[in-house]
Structures are given as C-alpha cells and as structure tokens.
Design a binder for this molecule. Sequence first.
Ligand SMILES: [Zn+2]
Length: 829
Amino acid sequence: MSHRCLSHLEAVARAATVRNLVYALDVDLTTGDELFRSVTTVRFTADPGAETFLEARPERLLGATLNGVELPADAFAEGRLRLADLAADNTVVVTAEYAYTRTSEGVHRFTDPADKQVYVYAQPSITDAPRFMACFDQPDLKAPVTLSVTADPSWLVRANAEGVQATPGRWEFPATKPVATYLITFVAGPYVELTDSHDGIPLGLYARASYAEVLERDAPEIFSLTKAFLDRYHELFGLRYPFGKYDQAFVPEFGWGAMEFPGCVVFRDELLFRAAVTDTERLERAAVIAHEMAHMWFGDLVTMRWWDDLWLNESFATYMGYRLVAEVTPWPQSWTRFGVGRKAWGYVADQRPSTHPIAPTEVADTDAAFANFDGISYAKGCSALRQLVAFIGDEAFLAGLRAHFDKHAWGNATLADLLGALSQASGRDLDAWAQAWLRTPQVNTLRPVIEWAPDGSYASVTVEQTASQEYPTLRPHRIGLGWFGEDGAWQRTEVEVTGASTPVPQLSGVRGRGLLLNDGDFTFAKIRMDERARAELPSLLAEQPDSLARALWWNSAWDAVRDAEWPATELVELAAAALPAEPDVVIVESVFGLARYAATRMVPADRQEAARSALAGAAKTLLATAAPGSGHQLAAARSLIATAADADRAMLRGWLSGADVPAGLRVDAELRWAVLGRLAVLGDVTEEEIDGELQRDTSDRGEQEAVRVRACRPDPAAKERAFDLVVTEQGQSNRIAAAAGDGLWQPEHAELTAPFVARYFAELPRAQGRSGDMLAHLAKAAYPVYAVSEDTLAAAQAALAGEMHPLLRRALVDETDDLARSLRAQRAA
Ligand SMILES: [Zn+2]
C-alpha cells in the first residue's frame, strides 16, 4: 500500500508528544501463506488533547481503538493512523493482517526448494517495522517490547529477548530493554540450533535445516570469533555486553549483509560457506560478525537520534569490525582488504555527482536516509575515524567512547555528543577537524613533488594537496610516508599535511625510492605517485614486504585509471605481471577484480579480448604454481573461469567431468555453476544441461544460478526472459532478479543485447508496490554496464529527465557516472 515517508520535522514533533512508551506485539504466523496477523498494543503518556500518529502498513486493518474507542475509518490513510484528542495515559490497540514479502522487507517468508520447509524473519529496516506492527517508527522513540508469537508447534522462534514456548506453538518473550523500532526482530521456522556460552553470555547459532551440515562445519570458527570479539569489546569499551544472550541467525534471502538486532543478529546465509572459500571471504565474514557486535554498544545501547547520524553508526561499526579482525583473529591483513576493497567503494561514491558530506547537516526524510547507505557512510566514514584516531590518539579515543556510552546508555545521542566526549578526553577542540572532515563532501588528492639531487637523493620532498573545483576544501591529513632506504629496508616517517603544500624536510638528503604517501593508510585521499615510482612499480610491488603498502599502490593505480590519467591497459598488464607472484590472497582477489573491471569496461572495445586473455594467462600461471587446496588456487581458478575464452572450453568441460582438475581444487557446486556460466557465455551450454545441473543442486542457490546461467546464453529468447525477470516481473525473490540481471549483460554479447539498452532506459523497473529501495536494487542489477558509449549516456540522460522515485534516480545517476568514467578511460587509452 502507498505510504508517506516520515520527515525529520514530523519525527521531532512526535518525540515531543509521546512519552513513557511501551509496546506489546502479538504475532500469529498460522493464518496462511500470504498473510499473517498481528495485534499491537501501544501504551504511552501525552499532554491531554494532543494529537499524533502511528505508522502501520497492513493489507487489511481489522480494528483500531484508542483508549477503548474504535477509531473512525478515515483516521487511517497513507500508512498512518491518526490519534486525535489524546488522554494523559493512552492505550492504542491495532489488529491487522500484513503481507509476507520475498524482498527482505517487513516479514520475509521463504520456502526452501531443497526440502519445502518454510522460514520467516522480521526485517524492520529503516521504514518497514509498520509492515508487521503499528508503531512510532523513528529511532529516538525507544521502548520496551513484549512479544508473543503463535507458530507451527514444530518451529523454533527466536527474538531480541530470551523466550519460552509456553504451550505448543505459543512463544512468549519478556519485555526487552528499550529498543528502537528498527531493531525489533523475530526469526521463526524449523531452524536448527547450536549453542555455547562464554563469560556468562549464552550463545546461539541458527540456520535452516538444509544448512545443518554447513552450520555444523562453520560453527567452531564462528563461536570462536564471537568469544574473542566479546572479550575484546569488554576490554575496549569497559562495559559488558548489555542484552543478555547473543544469538546469530543465518537466514535465507536477507537483503543486506547482516543486521544488528540486539540479542538476535541476523545474517544473510551466504555467509555460511557451503562451498570452498578463500581467506578473503573468511576475513570479511569475521569483519561482519565484529561489525554487528560493535553495534550492540554503538547503535543499540546508544542510538542515533535521527537518520542524519546513520553514518556514525555504520562508520563506527565498520571501523571496529576491521580493527578487531586485525587485533584478535588469524587475519591481521584486514586493513589491507579494507584498503583495496571497501575503501575503493568509498572513493567511487565520494567522487560521484551524488556525493554528500559524511555527516549531512540535514536528512529531511526516510527516503533521504536510505540514499545514504553508501560507500561514504560505511567506507569513507570508517577512514575518517581512523584519521581521527591518528589525530587524537587511541587512548583518548577509547576514553571518549567510554564516557559517551556511560552518559547515553539506553538513550539516544548525536554526533555533537560524541565529539564533545572525544574533545574532553583528548583535550583538543575538534570543531575545525569535524567541519573539514565530516561536513564537506569529496576527496583530496595528495601528490609527492620531488626535487632530485644530482647524486640521486631527494633534494626536497613536498606533499601537494588539491581538491575538486566544486568542493575546494583542503583538509588536515596525518599521514605516514614510506620509502625503500639505501639498504633496501622499508622506512617510514610521519607528517601532518595542511594546506596546499607541506614540505617534508626530514627527507632532504635521503637516498630513497618508491616514495609512498599515506603509508599505513590512516587517511582518506587519492594518492598519486611520482613518475619514477610509477615506472618502477612492478619491481616495487615485488619487493614490498607489507601487504597494506602494496594495497595502497594498487589503489593509487586504479584511481589514476578511473581518472583517465593512466591507460586502463597499463593496469591490466601490471596485474597480469604481478598477481601470479602476489603472496596475499586478499590482494590477488581484489586486484583481479579491479583488472577485470578495467578489461571489460575501460579498455577500448577492440583491445578487450587481448586484455581478458592477459588476465586469463596470469590466472593460469598462478593456478599452475599455487599450493593444492590453497586460497590462491581457488582465486586463480575463479579468475580463470571468469576470463576463459573459446580455446579454454575443453579445459572447463574437463573440470565438470572430473578430467584434468588441478590437484586439490574442489569442483563443488559453486565452482560448477561458475564454469557453466562461462561456458554459457561462450555459447556452449544447452537448456537441458542447466536442468541437469539443477537436479544435482536443488538448493535456492542452485535456482538462482540456473537463472543466471540461462541468462548468460547468447540467445535472444534467453535475454528476453532475463530482461523480464529483472525489469518487468513482480513477486519473485530479490535474489532471482539480481541473478537474471547478472547474466543478461556480457561484454561478449554487445550486439545481441544492444536492443535491450534502449529498452532498459525506456522501461526501467516500475513501482507497482515496490519500495524505492527495491527499485534502486533492480535498476542497478539490470544496468547495461558494458554498453560503454555516447549513445548509452544519451539514453541515460534522457531517462533522468523524467519523473521517478528519488532512490531510483540516485541508482541511475550513480551507474551512469560509472559509465561516463569508463567512456573517458577508453578515450584516454
Ligand atoms: Zn552496520
């Protein structure tokens, strides 16, 4: 149903009206496959005579009373229930039927194709709590929630609080501590459970029955990480985990990576590894586990007042996530992954037309809040926090945090509150820092200007800082400078860059090579290298012992290509030469990814085949030398599959039938689908073969992969079907739509898919009951990313001239900006 999004002004007014709020929610999941029923009882005090409204978005409102009196029919409109003439003490009871979704919005209902078992979970997201209850849906109206759930008696139900099955099928959960509506959840179905405990905290892990074996296999690692992170947060924050038990549920088709529901964190179940993975994936999963746990303190215990501080929530949790992985797990290179993975996402987002300050001064409504779920809020904000820690020191940072938690526990706080606590702890005024870093958008470029002495030493080194014309802010950057000294050892000094030009006198007279700005990666800036370093880059990469420094060089090269300062072919050649000898699998995978992007979009069309072939050659070299069963071997195999050409078809066919498989390489379900997808792109897979594979793998992943592989076939009917699935059709799973979009566009199928480019911009995913967030998701999934041309740009501009949902527009603007960059890169080649 249509609804109005909540504005900041409305939220402020409502927070001033509603006091002493308490919810009781009674959910009945036994009323059929399409709809479920809930009764919400809302109690609060107010000034007599005041007026306010609740949000609710049911399919059918069955009844609504205020203080025992039925509300008039016209009180309910646009997803809002108007409450007029309030008493001092108020009780509202709303009984309604709500629709299950397949988009991970509200209550998601999933039938597992592997065994036909049904699973549901509640995802309130920013605006979807009213899809299962009546509530004041804003982060500063926190309240205790008492929950009851009626479900199939064979089901297990988990929620924020520790509950019991009081009678068969009837679950009762006592009142939670005060929580925001976006943090209320329940998970219900024939989930399997594994339990443990640590330091007095009960721990639970959950997955659907068809993942029981996978959960069993991964549980020791997940439990062990969970315990190590709990210990470390207790140490750092000086405040124990505040929500009783700590459950982690891995659920099907979750829309995000995970969500920090207090006491009951929910993860997408792709994070349980049913197939072989590399350390990159294990590291990233660990970072997600630590990220969600950080939110228990920052977000759940102390909650933002309004969505303008969403970034603070996410930046903080991202920072803590990678920090804890570096500190207490077997993957000390987590900042390398951040540097070459997440951070690149931040740079991209910050240079788009849609850029915004990390901390916007105003987020007018919930639509605007959704648009801020981007690389700026997560990655750039995380980098800014690293810079802040470098600026004030870790001790002051942690002391400020502890004071902040103490002061605002169970309540709400703002950026100003946190800055106040950090200023007090560090004795430094942070206003100017916050203004430069948090209140202004866009990224600075740092460039070394080197005068060379005749003997080959540095006569002088200056760090030059520039900003874009539209956003001319220069910022203070506390950075490391690294170089190879005469003895070949890597050296480092630190400097505080301010203004346009910062001399580094300590380097005068030093005989060094490979000068690297931002060594240690404490700041967020585009880093350029000097001409000599660029020329020597292959040997510098080979000699550099520190993976984080190598990541910074790769990022610098990637950035120069995106800015059309370096030809994309140079990056591809560099990657092809360096990756077979790269010791860190995190860099192997990340840089293969960047190089493939360059080879398929930024290299001019007539040279793309050669670029792909260079990458395939590098993958073959790595595959031949990697240790059997290693992450390097798997990364090489995946990269080879993605870039394989006609001549490699026999090899790929062999992998499917078990012939000539490299020793130690597990050709499991995921790898089989990857091979089939590539063979399909190359025109070598029939529908019957896909059906056969689907019989081997009857999981939902199998269903998604089958959709993707069908869409990969160079067949007009297959493309037509894929286009319908992602652009036109309603009601299918969000995963299926994304899979269709993924297969539809292939660099090799430019001619075949040309008609769909114009159709994409003419038709675009339509609303028809879809949320703005889902429209944006589909628009990205279906965007013609390989059709890099003036014509595509013109079609995009024409489409953008029309009316559309702001979140759909944002997605189109961003994708089109990437396309324009690719076009510029092609021209620079
Ligand atoms: Zn988060």
